[in-house]
Ligand binder design. Structure first.
Ligand code: FES
Length: 161
């Protein structure tokens, strides 16, 4: 009997006040963590990182003379004409479909609504309101052809190698 009493005496008694204080502190800590998480998310910058618009096409020698090379992945055409190199955007000026080079007909065609362009980007037919834009092209220090698909330039500016 005395052993039972001594074990009971060893267990600390938790009063109702202590229980309520612990619950209150726990709730406050949980709310503080939530507020910190929300504050961090609110203050961290909501930035969308986009890939560079500059494309390295490699050495000019890889493009045979009088050729149009489509790069659908980057949405451009690299053209090697008698006047030199230039690049066109492959995005149709009507509603933004990706155009296709048709070597048999020697023209650029839009599969969406039938606009057609020549190899200089000039509109031949269809609903497109403007020609295909020319893109800035330059030679890197290593002699690679570089294209900035985000920089439009006036037509008839060629890179001669
Ligand atoms: S998107 Fe090219 S013709 Fe309409």
């Amino acid at each position: 009997m005395s052993e039972i009493l001594s074990a009971k005496e060893q267990v600390p008694e938790v009063t109702r006040r202590e229980t309520l204080v612990r619950l209150g502190v726990g709730s406050f800590a949980l709310a503080a963590c939530g507020a910190c998480l929300f504050g961090y998310k609110f203050l961290s910058p909501n930035v969308l990182y986009e890939p560079s618009t500059v494309i390295n096409l490699g050495q000019p020698g890889r493009f045979s003379p009088n050729s149009v090379t489509a790069d659908p992945e980057n949405g451009i055409y690299a053209v090697h004409s008698a006047e030199g190199f230039y690049a066109l955007s492959a995005v149709c000026t009507h509603l933004g479909c990706l155009t296709v080079w048709k070597p048999d007909a020697s023209l650029i065609a839009c599969p969406c609504h039938g606009s057609k362009f020549d190899r200089h980007g000039i509109k031949l037919e269809g609903p497109a309101p403007k020609p295909l834009p020319w893109l800035k092209v330059w030679l890197s220090d290593e002699g690679d052809l570089m294209v900035d698909r985000g920089a439009f330039i006036p037509p008839n500016q060629y890179i001669r190698t």
